[in-house]
Design a protein around this ligand. Structure first.
Ligand code: ZN
Length: 196
């Protein structure tokens, strides 16, 4: 079964999400929500989904970047993005800190902004403290595309969307991204779009 994904303009996407208690994490409704979010993310398909995106202002997100999503992407693009498969996992009550402040910009999209993409600068590496689906503490050190996914999903838990961070002139439909820009290096895209 899959859940309805909230689209930009719904206030739940702009609220800070609340933390979950250890008791809540282990409760049947939250365990069921995690399963439904997993199904919804895989069905979309997407590499991450945060609870506010399914209408719930809770500090809970799921992430999974499957090898099958990489098959259509040229090897040099995967390498430039430092994108490698990430197994399914759950993030609860997250605290993110930047460990490598230098930023890199790549196109990203969001399941709550269907049909659009933009260049978004993100820190290269992050450190995340959170809990897993059993309420156990977890520490994540991430870099590259995984660090980007974490920043994107944890932004959702703070009511922030990629459009708040994007290079505004690069905002475009996913169709035009695929048609016109996908094959180009980011430096070339920046030059052609008038982004210094
Ligand atoms: Zn998103």
């Amino acid at each position: 079964m899959k859940l309805k994904i909230s689209q930009v303009g719904e206030s739940v996407l702009r609220q800070p999400a609340r933390p979950l208690s250890a008791e809540e994490i282990l409760s049947p409704p939250i365990q069921q929500l995690i399963e439904l979010m997993r199904d919804t993310m895989q069905d979309a398909p997407g590499v991450g989904l945060a609870a506010p995106q399914v209408g719930l202002p809770l500090q809970l997100a799921v992430i999974e970047d499957r090898l099958e999503y990489h098959r259509e992407i040229p090897a040099e693009q995967l390498a430039a993005r430092q994108r490698v498969p990430i197994p399914f996992h759950v993030l609860i009550n997250t605290q993110l800190s930047i460990t490598q402040a230098s930023e890199v910009a790549f196109f990203e999209g969001c399941l709550s902004l269907t049909g659009f993409m933009a260049l978004v600068p993100r820190a290269l590496a992050v450190h995340v403290q959170c809990m897993n689906e059993r309420g156990e503490p977890r520490v994540i050190e991430a870099e590259g595309w995984y660090a980007r996914i974490l920043q994107h999903e944890i932004d959702h838990l703070n009511g922030t969307l990629y459009i708040d961070r994007m290079a505004a002139r690069s905002f475009m439909t996913s169709m035009n991204y695929t048609r016109l820009w996908q094959e180009k290096a980011v430096e070339q895209v920046r030059a052609e779009l008038g982004l210094s």
